[in-house]
Design a protein around this ligand. Structure first.
Ligand SMILES: Cc1ncc(COP(=O)(O)O)c(C=O)c1O
Length: 373
């Protein structure tokens, strides 16, 4: 019997972490036994229907049979520039500073390699982080280093640094001064800063800032890329819709690579994205839905004896009972509630659980009732 060379080849998946969701199967099964059904707050997946304005735009773009372009339609890129200016006060962007992506997870996982970063290079990721930053570094063969402050990094000159404010999972927001210092530090070293801003439109207390805010960037986008997803702010996770904005040279390089790789956002989705980016009302309505759910859950979790840290923005409560997160996970599962253990996001998260706000009003009310029984 002949074996394929594949059997002996080093598997790419072997450098990647275990898929962490597999480790909470028992807690999920336990929560599902609850008489009132599981309240699944373990993932940040939208549950409210896609807005009719966006669905109409999707349908209106459905007739075109040809290939879409990687760079996206001029209308889409103009809509992205307009939305960033209106919603977050960015300046200095034009259509050459935007690149549509097929949801942002793929670009976060792929961009480190696509930017020519690899073995021997350091990629900085937050201490407690969305797992795909590390995956992007590992797929490129680079070394991922966890750090929340540049002081921790000493004299190294990382190739790339990921920021995520507001953060998944902690909901922490970085202030203007912090962001500006990171940008200055990165510029001194030639480090690319990639700022994942998918929760920027979901702030509850205070204000959150884009890396492309002139108070942060000084009006100079060189070395800076902002990553924007429509999944959360516009309920479009199923459409796979996002874009990059920032340094024209970096955007141009990613475009050149992605064109060859056939990474195109489907044309009807591009049409839907234009509608979503042009319309702020649906995003406002969704924001208010999450605000109400957050109030209910935060009150219930706090009354149940948890401490909620950070969580001033984003779609999660970063909660702790000052014990191992797996113990908290089981305590919640006994009440039919599933959360995500903080260790999914890095060793520093091991005493927290992440409780998502993305459940229907009915499920959120059920969770609150169980927590306070
Ligand atoms: C911090 C962060 N970045 C990126 C993503 C990916 O979003 P999408 O691929 O839907 O654009 C998520 C999804 O949960 C996230 O939490």
């Amino acid at each position: 019997m002949s074996t394929s060379g594949f059997a002996t080849r080093r598997r790419v998946s072997s450098v990647l972490p275990d898929f962490p969701w597999d480790t909470i199967g028992a807690a999920r099964a336990r929560a599902a036994e609850h008489a009132g059904g599981i309240v699944d707050l373990s993932v940040g997946t939208p549950v409210d229907p896609v807005d009719p304005v966006i669905r109409a735009a999707l349908a209106a773009s459905a007739e075109f049979p040809g290939y879409p372009t990687t760079i996206g339609t001029p209308q889409l890129r103009a809509a992205a520039v307009g939305a960033l200016e209106r919603r977050f006060g960015t300046t200095g962007l034009d259509e050459s500073s935007i690149l549509p992506v097929i949801g942002t997870k793929e670009v976060i996982a792929g961009m480190v390699s696509m930017l020519g970063i690899g073995a021997g290079d350091v990629v900085v990721i937050p201490e407690v982080a969305y797992p795909t930053y590390e995956v992007g570094a590992l797929l490129a063969g680079a070394t991922a280093v966890r750090a929340d402050s540049t002081v921790q990094l000493g004299p190294t000159a990382p190739a790339l640094l990921f920021l995520n404010s507001p953060s998944n999972p902690t909901g922490k927001v970085l202030g203007i001064d912090h962001l500006r210092k990171v940008v200055e530090w990165a510029r001194e070293r030639g480090t690319i800063v990639v700022s994942d801003e998918c929760y920027l439109g979901l702030t509850w207390e205070g204000e959150a800032y884009s890396i492309l805010d002139p108070r942060v960037s000084g009006g100079d986008h060189r070395g800076l890329i902002a990553v924007h997803s429509l999944s959360k702010v516009s309920n479009l996770a199923s459409y796979r819709a996002g874009f990059l904005a920032g340094d024209r040279e970096l955007i141009g390089e990613l475009l050149a690579v992605r064109k060859h790789a056939g990474m195109m956002v489907p044309f009807p989705i591009q049409g839907a994205m234009v509608a979503a980016l042009d319309d702020d009302e649906h995003a406002r309505v969704q924001h208010e839905r999450y605000r109400a759910r957050r109030e209910v859950l935060r009150t219930a979790v706090t009354s149940a004896g948890f401490r909620v840290d950070h969580s001033e923005a984003g779609l999660y409560l970063w909660a702790t009972r000052d014990e191992d997160s797996r113990t908290t996970l089981d305590w919640l599962a006994d009440r039919g509630i599933l959360a995500a253990p903080g260790d999914f996001y890095g060793p520093a998260g091991a005493q927290h659980v992440r409780i998502a706000l993305t459940a229907t009003d009915e499920r959120v009310a059920a969770a609150a009732e169980r927590l306070n029984r």
